[in-house]
Design a protein around this ligand. Structure first.
Ligand SMILES: NC(=O)c1ccc[n+]([C@@H]2O[C@H](COP(=O)([O-])OP(=O)(O)OC[C@H]3O[C@@H](n4cnc5c(N)ncnc54)[C@H](OP(=O)(O)O)[C@@H]3O)[C@@H](O)[C@H]2O)c1
Length: 327
């Protein structure tokens, strides 16, 4: 089966461990379904796996990819939910201490086929392309839960989104506007700020700029923006944190946290119900995911080049929105 996989790991040169080739197709376990992948979007998670973060080396080679849209064997067009709970777990799946994402324990989505538990698929919206649908399972699900689960953002509240261009950040701009929030976005790059304004951000300012106090911050950048996130909150405000691209260990600035009664809430991915909710909210609101670029993952040399180009685009940090492979 043609796939893109982590063959090796290197913290400093993640793309050196990326291979495109044929690996045996896994069996479909009882109670699981096979999805013919029509599109798969890339995430920073794939780079972390290639760096050796979150993917033990003894699981290599591992097919990468957490996001897919495709068709089941009976022709149902679906979006894949990437959070795989452990057998017997009955609670909220993101709270299962043994839960994994596709490509962490079970083979990922950058392949002709992916296998998931039968409950882990929802219908693709009619009229959406597979490329659009493949953007939802990680970035849009995470942004939705950060906004409306972790931070509990209400209409009219002020929200700060750090880092304008990422998949989560672009999703957050769209979804925060949909919920009636006032949205401020930061970036180190003026061109991305311009695109954030065009996408609907009320204010788009250079990283670190002093802004009017906000009710909530969506933080995925980490060390580079954490101090600014804390400084930007009103007393009693909340930071929802789901990532740390620039580093995981900033100063906690505890004095500020308790003097101003700030809340810091971690959150990861979301439930199957939340994936359906963000899909339905976007359909009802007439929104489509922001796609930076699509790359055709064919089974020949051109397909191999396309996969490498897509990963280079993701790793460059220049993307605005999602980088998607189509089949
Ligand atoms: N917990 C979860 O469930 C979950 C889900 C999805 C993503 N994540 C994590 O969230 C993070 C974001 O992922 P993503 O795919 O949306 O995008 P990404 O490619 O990691 O980058 C998003 C933004 O981060 C900003 N950035 C990166 N390095 C920076 C630095 N040194 N200083 C300031 N800004 C910097 C960039 O903003 P500018 O260039 O505009 O300044 C970029 O647009 C990743 O670490 C990912 O692993 C976690």
């Amino acid at each position: 089966m043609r796939c893109a996989y982590a063959a090796r790991q290197d913290p400093d040169d993640p793309l050196s461990g990326l291979e495109v080739g044929d690996l045996p197709e896994p069996e479909t376990p009882d109670g699981w379904v096979r999805v013919q992948v029509r599109a798969a979007s890339l995430n920073h998670h794939d780079l972390w796996s290639l760096r050796g973060v979150g993917l033990p080396a003894d699981r290599l080679p591992m097919i990468l990819g957490t996001d897919a849209a495709g068709a089941t064997v009976d022709g149902r067009e679906v979006i894949v939910h990437s959070v795989i709970a452990s057998p017997g777990w009955t609670g909220e799946e993101t709270l299962d201490p043994k839960r994994t994402l596709l490509s962490e324990l079970h083979p990922g989505t950058l392949a002709e086929q992916v296998h998931v538990p039968a409950r882990n698929v929802i219908d693709k919206p009619a009229g959406w392309s597979f490329a659009e649908a493949a953007c939802l399972p990680t970035a849009y699900l995470t942004a939705y839960r950060m906004l409306y689960g972790a931070a509990g953002v209400a209409p009219g509240q002020r929200v700060l989104v750090q880092g304008a261009g990422g998949g989560v950040a672009t999703a957050a701009i769209l979804l925060a506007r949909l919920g009636g929030a006032h949205v401020t976005v930061t970036s180190r790059d003026e061109a991305k700020l311009e695109r954030a304004r065009a996408l609907g951000a009320h204010d788009a300012v250079a990283s670190g700029t002093r802004i009017a106090p906000v009710d909530a911050v969506l933080e995925t950048v980490g060390e580079a923006t954490w101090a600014h996130s804390l400084r930007s909150l009103r007393p009693g405000g909340v930071i929802a944190v789901a990532g740390a691209t620039s580093g995981p260990a900033p100063s906690a600035d505890l004095n500020r946290v308790f003097f101003r009664s700030l809340r810091v809430i971690g959150t990861t991915m979301g439930t199957l119900a939340e994936l359906a909710a963000v899909r339905d909210a976007m359909v009802a609101g007439g929104l489509r995911p922001v796609i930076d670029s699509t790359h055709r993952f064919t089974d020949d040399d051109e397909g191999t080049t396309a996969v490498r180009t897509a990963f280079e685009r993701l790793a460059s940090g220049a993307a605005y929105g999602k980088v998607v492979l189509t089949r």
